[in-house]
Write a protein that binds this ligand. Sequence first.
Ligand code: ZN
Length: 68
Amino acid sequence: MCQHQPPCPSADSADRESARLAAHHPEQGWSLLCNGVVLFEDTGELLPDGSAIAPQRPRTADQVMTTA
Ligand SMILES: [Zn+2]
């Protein structure tokens, strides 16, 4: 699926989120990476094999309080 050189991290790589954007739909809250991973704005992911990854918690303390 990825046509880049050097190739982006594959969908089963731990570094999958650093693949390039193939489609970006901020109004719908998701992006498609060129390795086939769908990345949601809440940091959840949907992998090409159909498995889902739950959203991860915000990394900075000041973001934790804003969504309460
Ligand atoms: Zn790529």
